[in-house]
Design a protein around this ligand. Structure first.
Ligand code: AMP
Ligand code: GLY
Length: 422
């Protein structure tokens, strides 16, 4: 089949390499690194034009990676033209793009989540915070690449956040109770109320080791997560995924696509921290390499009303993100990824590298097509993954590989990825 994959980050490169094991891939809006894997690369363009390109090429299925195209209605355009596409409509994608929408669904469906209030006026938020017990979690609405959330330990910290943002009915602020527990990510491939659950994963959001410091888009991931037992996984599916999909269908905004539930196991049971309308990044970079069967075939089967079986390897996959200095604040430098890293990955049979934000700089002196280097072009640059029989095995091998391949590099990475999973 011919599969079109939309987007140019790490999630999309992982999707492209997974799908390309079985099918021809056309990339739309892909990165330089994706262009090396895809059989054809198209630039990002208006959705109607992209739909024309899909028709022209006889694309069997389009898979949408990032949230922005979903929130701007790519699925609505393709569906109106009868083109198979896997992703939520603009209305359903609000489960990610509007935290207030997500909370409304959860309230209607009885899905457990933190107690919350929505404010469109800063003074009302101040009065509420005056009597609240801290910590409180302040969440800006809309798509913020994982960075619109501040956990405030004190009233003063909350005030500092309020000073920086402008509240109105378009930009509400959600204030919710702090939940204490063990976080993990559960992603399902859904079509209406029908779904197939993917293996569980765990992200590592803060920039610093020990899960300290500012939140990022995610600094590493592991799949599976030993602490999430089968019983606990089944409970999360039953209490979160099933009622959420049923409620969205009942509300006339059925969800098709990857539904991502960011969950936390508290002393009182599982709670939803957030929903995303897409695959998690960096979670999918450690989930997809474990899928042995044909992913695109499974998605088409789902769209046709089936419930496909997905074969998953028993192995662990651990990924460590490399970031540019300064991230998630102002980036001070965009380093080159040293060729020694690519050599080390190439030399290790269980290692792989997925580009998240890079560009290829051809080596003009060299004149050969192979010559050139990969330069960081974003905060999160790449994720290096390692498969193995245990988390410790993956971690030890991967850390040794990075120490060796990145000696002298300015790129930053956390050395404790995977140590919270058991
Ligand atoms: P979000 O963008 O909503 O996923 O939030 C980013 C991160 O902030 C989450 O992965 C959690 O680590 C943390 N967080 C968000 N909401 C809460 C909460 N209510 N209680 C504790 N931590 C939270
Ligand atoms: N890893 C969290 C996210 O994709 O939003």
């Amino acid at each position: 089949m011919k599969i079109m994959i939309v987007g140019g980050g790490g999630r999309e490169m992982a999707l492209v390499s997974t799908v390309a094991r079985f099918h021809e891939v056309v990339a739309a809006g892909g990165s330089d690194a994706i262009a090396q894997l895809a059989s054809e690369s198209l630039p990002m363009m208006a959705w109607e034009e992209l739909a024309d390109e899909a028709v022209r090429r006889g694309i069997d299925l389009t898979i949408v990676g990032p949230e922005a195209p979903l929130a701007s209605g790519i699925v609505d355009v393709f569906t109106a033209r009868g083109l198979p596409i896997f992703g939520p409509t603009r209305a359903a994608a609000q489960i990610e793009s509007s935290k207030a929408f997500a909370k409304e669904i959860m309230t209607q469906a009885g899905v457990p989540t933190a107690a919350f209030q929505v404010f469109t006026d800063a003074d009302a938020a101040r009065s509420y915070l005056d009597t609240a017990s801290f910590p409180q979690v302040l969440k800006e609405n809309g798509l913020r690449a994982g960075k619109g959330v501040t956990i405030c330990g004190t009233r003063e910290e909350a005030e500092a956040v309020l000073q920086e943002i402008e509240l109105d009915s378009e930009n509400p602020l959600l204030i919710e109770d702090f939940l204490d527990g063990f976080e993990f990510s559960l992603i399902v491939m859904a079509h209406g109320t029908n779904f197939v659950a993917l293996p569980v994963a765990q992200d590592h959001k803060p920039i610093g080791e020990g899960n300290t410091g500012a939140n990022t888009g995610g600094m590493g991931a592991i799949s599976p997560v030993p602490r999430v037992t089968q019983a606990f996984y089944d409970e999360a599916v039953a209490r979160v995924i099933v009622p959420t999909l049923a409620q969205m269908t009942a509300n006339g905004t059925p969800f098709t696509g990857f539904l991502y539930a960011g969950l936390i196991q508290t002393a009182a049971g599982v709670r939803v921290i957030e929903f995303n309308a897409r695959l998690g990044d960096p979670e999918c970079e450690v989930i997809l390499p474990r899928i042995e069967s044909d992913l695109a075939g499974a998605l088409l089967d789902l769209l046709a009303g089936g419930t496909p079986q997905v074969q998953v390897s028993e192995e662990f996959c651990l990924g460590i993100v490399l970031s540019s200095p300064g991230y998630p604040g102002t980036i001070s430098q965009y380093p080159e990824i040293p060729s020694s890293l690519f050599e080390a990955v190439e030399a290790h049979p269980r290692a792989d590298i997925v580009h998240m934000g890079t560009r290829f700089a051809p080596d003009s002196d060299c004149g050969s097509e192979a010559g050139g280097s990969w330069i960081a072009a974003g905060g999160r640059v790449a994720i290096v993954t390692m498969k193995g029989a245990s988390i410790d095995e993956c971690r030890t091998q991967l850390l040794a590989l990075l120490e060796d391949g990145l000696a002298g590099s300015e790129l930053y990475w956390r050395r404790d990825i995977g140590t919270f999973a058991s």
